[in-house]
Design a protein around this ligand. Structure first.
Ligand code: ATR
Length: 288
């Protein structure tokens, strides 16, 4: 091939993940397993890019014939400026974590939310259609998750946040006549949570090594519901452990979200559904 194609002259599929810092990313490990399992010749490399080099990095993706890259902290919002096209979902969420290079044309997607929902559906018995869902947190992670949840037609979504204003703003942005999205402050949890079927923590509260904190008092969680946490370090947060032990809940950790956001990205890069179980096993091995 010639020009700025999305594959090298030798037909290698070059992929990477771009962030700052990047050396602790598990994405290269996970995607290399997926490439291998799919019999695709190529590589997936960590790319350390500082914020002031982001625009040049995008030119580099084209010039070096990368087929695609994942994008992580702190570039998910800023990178949108340098793309030729942005998928509608990613535009609504306001962040891109996956870029595909089609003959020099860079298109951005967001696979975080959809990856999360795929993982929740495949790893629990959850029925999201018609469910009452509570989301803890109103930041970037909540945006992606709420966008994907709404596609599943729940009955309602309640956003609970430390800062009430942010929950209300987000709720206003996503609410429709068919699916009401409402925002509350954390201290209103007692009134809001009684009827929910699914509770999802999108905040960083409970993430190692910060501390073994709870984003919410465990006694407020209805018995037997599904409780999910986006955090995967630790694999089982205190929220999940106490929900399981004290409230009889079905719990779902964040590892699946990481694996499935990568799996959905891999499909965008290659057109092939990857070996999700092998990807998960590789990440799990590297964590222990
Ligand atoms: P992310 O992109 O990971 O979602 P973010 O955009 O910084 O990160 O959002 C973090 C979310 O976690 C916010 O909803 C934040 O609450 P505020 O809006 O009040 O800042 C919430 N959060 C972070 N630390 C928290 C803490 N210690 N207690 C309660 N909520 C917290």
């Amino acid at each position: 091939s010639s020009g700025e194609s999305g594959a090298t002259e030798q037909g290698l599929v070059l992929l990477g993940v771009l962030g700052d810092p990047i050396k602790h990313s598990k994405s290269p490990l996970m995607h290399k397993i997926a490439l291998q399992a799919a019999g695709i010749e190529g590589d997936f490399v960590p790319l350390h890019v500082k914020p002031d080099q982001l625009e040049d990095a995008m030119k580099g993706i084209r010039a070096l014939h990368f087929r695609g890259v994942n994008v992580t902290i702190p570039h998910k919002v800023e990178v949108m400026k340098y793309l030729d096209e942005i998928d509608e979902g990613a535009r609504l969420i306001g962040a891109v974590n996956t870029i595909v290079n089609d003959n020099g044309r860079l298109k951005g997607y967001n696979t975080d939310g959809i990856g999360y929902v795929r993982s929740l559906k495949e790893e629990t018995s959850v029925e999201l259609k018609g469910a009452k869902i509570a989301v803890l947190g109103a930041g970037g992670a909540a945006r992606g998750v709420i966008h994907a949840l709404l596609e599943e037609r729940p009955e309602s979504v309640m956003i609970l946040n430390r800062t009430r204003d942010k929950a209300e703003q987000l709720a206003q942005e996503w609410t429709t006549e068919a699916i009401p999205v409402t925002g509350y402050a954390n201290d209103e949890a007692k009134n809001v949570l009684a009827t929910v079927d699914v509770l999802i923590n999108t905040t960083s509260v409970g993430m190692s090594p910060l501390s073994d904190e709870l984003p919410l008092e465990t006694s407020l969680i209805p018995k037997g519901i599904i409780v999910s946490d986006l955090i995967y370090n630790p694999l089982e947060t205190r929220l999940l452990r106490e929900s399981r032990e004290q409230r009889g809940c079905i719990v779902h950790g964040g590892l699946g979200m990481f694996v499935y956001q990568g799996a959905v990205a891999f499909e965008y890069f290659t057109g092939i559904a990857p070996a999700v179980d092998q990807m998960r096993a590789a990440v799990l091995r590297s964590l222990s």
